[in-house]
Ligand binder design. Structure first.
Ligand SMILES: C[S@@+](CC[C@H](N)C(=O)[O-])C[C@H]1O[C@@H](n2cnc3c(N)ncnc32)[C@H](O)[C@@H]1O
Length: 303
């Protein structure tokens, strides 16, 4: 071990570096200088973990080599590499997922959709033995696998246009020991499941689609634009291309009375709500708001 006093000073210096220079993105509210420091210290000690677990454990003792690794990790984080890419872990709905540059890092705000969809799934599970869930635009599989983890009668199907994201989702299924209840396929929106067996089949479809306008994607902070796949954000010229396709195409795949739950961007809730209320396919259209009162999730039942 590095001599205690010397080691304490070096740790304090690294912590201060983070406190003074780390820029935290508003959509990663759990990341602070303190939580970042703890997660990086555990990683430097050879024990990668997400923020949640790193907060539950005492800081590790670091030998000279680990101290050098921590210094390097702090500089990498300050250069804009996301914490989840350094640790290879990201927390979502109380679970720790494997994370990489191949898929979007799940955001805290998406737990609004995850929890709303889980409520619907649990409700359906009271009435039938098995609940079939389709998650389109599944990314690393965080929404779907969180639902399967909480509801044992749920069976999951996930798709994403990114082959790399689907590969990561599959790794997460194994990591969380849920692989027996889930099928991931790569392809455009519903295409991977567009076969007779899946028409009018699903009890619930979930989706967190890309919904940022192409122009605004270009203006995102470099921590996002340089490290996360553009495909995960770019919703076309007005940001609504995939959202419109979702509400149109989901109709063929839902059982009568089945649910569609999806995330919308800031400002997109009211127009999407109006659009769905104006369509004859949907009933019980409602929104779920974030802490600031902005609608971020829409749920609707197919007639
Ligand atoms: C906002 S991310 C959501 C990821 C994950 N579900 C989450 O909530 O953290 C959107 C995802 O949609 C995928 N995607 C983009 N266009 C798509 C399309 N046309 N069909 C299927 N997936 C698409 C991206 O690859 C990305 O993984």
């Amino acid at each position: 071990m590095v001599a205690r006093a010397q080691s304490d000073t070096r740790l304090a210096d690294l912590r201060a570096r983070l406190e003074n220079s780390l820029e935290i993105l508003p959509d990663k509210p759990l990341e602070t200088a303190e939580t970042t420091f703890a997660a990086l210290a555990h990683l430097a000690a050879g024990n990668p973990m997400g923020i949640y677990r790193s907060q539950q454990q005492a800081l590790p003792d670091l030998d000279e080599a680990a101290m050098e690794r921590l210094k390097d990790l702090v500089e990498k984080r300050l250069s804009g590499i996301p914490l989840a890419h350094l640790t290879g872990r990201q927390d979502f709905m109380g679970l720790e997922f494997l994370s990489s540059a191949q898929a979007l890092i799940p955001r805290r705000e998406t737990e609004i959709l995850g929890r709303s969809a889980l409520e619907v799934v649990v409700d359906i599970a009271q009435q039938q033995a098995q609940v079939d869930v389709l998650d389109v635009c599944c990314g690393m599989g965080n929404i779907l696998l969180s639902i399967l983890n909480q509801e044992a009668s749920a069976r999951g199907f996930g798709s994403d246009i990114s082959v790399e994201a689907v590969a990561l989702a599959q790794r997460n299924a194994v990591h969380l020991q849920l692989e027996d209840r889930v099928t991931f396929r790569a392809g455009d929106l519903f295409n991977p499941f567009d076969e007779d067996a899946f028409l009018s089949f699903f009890d619930i479809i979930t989706c967190n689609p890309p919904y940022i306008s192409a122009k605004n994607v270009g203006a995102m902070p470099s921590e996002i634009s340089e490290h996360e796949p553009r495909l995960a954000f770019d919703g076309g010229p007005f940001g609504i291309g995939i959202l419109y396709r979702l509400i149109k195409e989901a109709v063929r795949f839902l059982k009568p009375g089945g649910w569609l739950c999806f995330e919308v961007g800031l400002g997109q809730g009211p127009p999407m709500l109006k659009r769905m209320n104006n369509q004859t396919d949907w009933a019980n259209v409602s929104t779920v708001a974030d802490e600031a009162g902005a609608p971020r999730c829409i749920a609707a039942q197919i007639k």
